[in-house]
Design a protein around this ligand. Sequence first.
Ligand SMILES: NC(=O)c1cnc(N)c2cc(Br)sc12
Length: 319
Amino acid sequence: MKDKDLEKRVAELNKLLHEYAHAYYVLDNPLVPDAVYDQLMQELMAIEKEHPELIYPDSPTQRVGGKPLEGFNKVTHRYPMLSLSNAFNEEDLRDFDRKIRQAIGDKYNYVCELKIDGLAISLRYENGIFVQGATRGDGTVGEDITVNLKTIKDIPLRLKEPVTIEVRGEAYMPKRSFLELNMEREENGEDLFANPRNAAAGSLRQLDSKITASRNLATFIYGIGGDGEAYGIDSHAEMLDYLESLGFRVNKERTLCETIDDVLAFIKKWTTERPNLPYEIDGIVVKVNRFAHQEELGTTVKSPRWAIAYKFPAEEAIT
Ligand SMILES: NC(=O)c1cnc(N)c2cc(Br)sc12
């Protein structure tokens, strides 16, 4: 094939494989059979092997890194990763709502989301290309785990728009993968992970990204670092839709709640439904929806006044 045609074919394969991976891993809605995807990937890998100069930095073949790292570099987050204050019962939630009403009147609503029990991560994109990923760390300084995050198939290496953005989310291990991993470790006489959260954290902090790649991790993205209004959006609900439109995997169970009673109903529903989810959640996140209201309410040193995490009661240890 002539060089020009080869370059064209490589560009086409990159585009197709990004699109198919997004449909499969993010939308859970495959566009082509696995065999077709694999065949295209093999074709791209063969061309890249012969012509390394045609390897795009965000090529789908570049998800699993080279040799293991010696250690993790530190990353200072451009925007601190805030934590959430907790609510443990209806009274705490009604107190939270009363404070909101006292501060901003009664024309506000909430967005409720599932609180994913994983590891908080921050992903940085420049002109739409994934350039760096880090753990939360202490909220200001985290660890650079870019090569390990690249192995997670639902993390887009290239966004649908060439934006420069920093997003926040949770990396987690699905319940089924956790059970399979522990069964394998038991057979190999290795220590077992106590829960999916520890398994996800342990998998993301591997120095060898090939091990991370084998752990079947996934993500839900739920926030933007810095000023969301810079992207022309003025509410949390719109921001989640915007993140989804960029190609991120955003949890679909998010719901607008007009009153704290709606919030309590959402919590009641997921307290019952929780065991049927394919991933662990440890609570429900409640956020005042409009950014103007969030700005009016502000943040304390460590957490926003416009959000709270309702925590499910600790499950009775099965004795
Ligand atoms: N949807 C959300 O906002 C969300 C989901 N799951 C989590 N573990 C967390 C943690 C913070 Br801090 S926010 C958040």
